[in-house]
Design a protein around this ligand. Structure first.
Ligand code: ADP
Length: 380
């Protein structure tokens, strides 16, 4: 009998949002969550530590393919699964580049893909010379373990990063830091795509992401006023990354658009991504459905837009009380076209707890509606 059993490691909102398409397609979705009561509790079949081989192995035995809600599963565990013939998508050799920004920069460089100038930093002198060669400023990053802007800082001298450069600081991140030129960008963009193990590839339209305090606040799909050439270039960059790094499943390539019109790769996410939440309502095939199809090596669905514009506004926690549910009634009655999603997470200031999407032929109206809905939910 044909069976389609997908095992997702990690019980966050990305695993949660894979649940509706899994139900619709009649797939079996299983989740290995780190704790009881996670966002993906509905599909959780096992609770355990993803950094323990025996736990992950036991989970893998219950499914046909292993995929991810996050990129933190240690590579040696995935390699051990692969050695036993488990299908891991994306494979460990691709995930290695998502787990380490230095490895990613090296590989993208070898492939000739566009990105900011960068260097590996191992002491204060190498950082100071990079800063001097790049106009007196640089972006310094920890190559592993960063997210939502943590592990990224602007430096104008090595003294600005003394604790990162200390022997203890360096030891925590594998001995090296990543320095990048501070890109003079006009906006941040993200190119979402999907690739199957047998090599099918599809891209969604390029989107603009708006960050506040290092966290994604809004996504505009498609990216306003992007030229045909930019849209095509972004999709070709994503194809180059996916094929060059052997990525399978959904991938987001975060990019900068520079003042002189170039696209430079910032970050890669090898999983469904915040920049693709708009696709639930804004695309014929959502990123969550596409990810399931891709990791199972099924034919990919159309990424055509359902309307001219989709706007997504994140619901970031305002305090430790408001989980947005008390304000559903007000928001839903005032904004019936807005689609509200919450992730079943406890309230905490700044936490990604949900999002709102509005799809429309009129971009200004969609932006206004999505923002107004989020405002009511925040009780402002
Ligand atoms: P994280 O992995 O924590 O999301 P990123 O590498 O995406 O970190 O960086 C977070 C933010 O810092 C970016 O969204 C961007 O605004 C800014 N940033 C990162 N790299 C650069 C760069 N080379 N030049 C200018 N700004 C940058």
């Amino acid at each position: 009998m044909t069976s389609f059993r997908v095992g997702v490691i990690g019980g966050g909102q990305l695993a949660r949002m894979m649940t509706p398409p899994a139900i619709n397609l009649g797939l079996t979705l299983k989740v290995l969550a780190e704790a009881e009561g996670s966002s993906a509790a509905l599909a959780t079949t096992m609770v355990g530590d993803y950094a323990q081989l025996s736990v992950v192995e036991a989970f893998a035995q219950t499914v046909d393919v292993i995929t991810f809600d996050h990129e933190h599963v240690p590579l040696h565990i995935l390699e051990a699964l692969e050695a036993k013939g488990v299908s891991v998508q994306p494979p460990s050799k691709a995930l290695a580049f998502a787990q380490n920004k230095l490895k990613m920069r090296e590989r993208l460089g070898a492939l000739g893909l566009p990105m900011p100038d960068w260097a590996e930093i191992h002491d204060a002198d190498s950082l100071d010379s990079f800063i001097e060669a790049h106009g007196g400023v640089a972006i310094l990053k920890t190559p592993i373990g960063g997210y939502d802007g943590k592990g990224v800082r602007v430096v104008s001298s090595a003294a600005d990063a003394a604790e990162w450069l200390s022997p203890e600081g360096l030891a925590k991140v594998g001995g090296h830091l990543l320095a990048e030129e501070k890109v003079d960008f006009t906006r941040e963009l993200a190119q979402l795509s999907a690739r199957t193990p047998s090599g099918q590839f599809r891209a969604w339209p390029l989107v603009q992401t708006v960050q506040q305090n290092g966290v994604c606040a809004e996504v505009l799909a498609p990216a306003p006023d992007a030229s045909e050439a930019t849209l095509e270039l972004a999709a070709e960059i994503a194809r180059g990354v996916a094929e060059g790094l052997g990525v399978t499943g959904v991938m987001a390539v975060e990019m900068f658009e520079t003042t002189d019109g170039r696209l430079l790769i910032n970050e890669l996410a090898m999983r469904p991504h915040n920049s693709g939440h708009f696709s639930i309502e804004g695309s014929v095939t959502s990123q969550f459905e596409q990810h399931l199809r891709a990791v199972l090596d099924l034919p990919l669905g159309s990424t055509q837009a359902t309307d001219a514009h989709a706007v997504m506004v994140n619901l970031l926690g305002v305090d430790d009380q408001n989980d947005f549910l008390p304000h559903y009634e007000a928001a839903q009655s005032a904004h019936p076209a807005a689609k509200i999603h919450t992730y079943g997470k406890g309230a905490r200031a700044g936490r990604k707890m949900g999002h709102v999407t509005v799809v429309s032929g009129n971009s200004e109206w969609a932006i206004a509606e999505a923002r107004a809905t989020a405002k009511l939910l925040r009780n402002e």
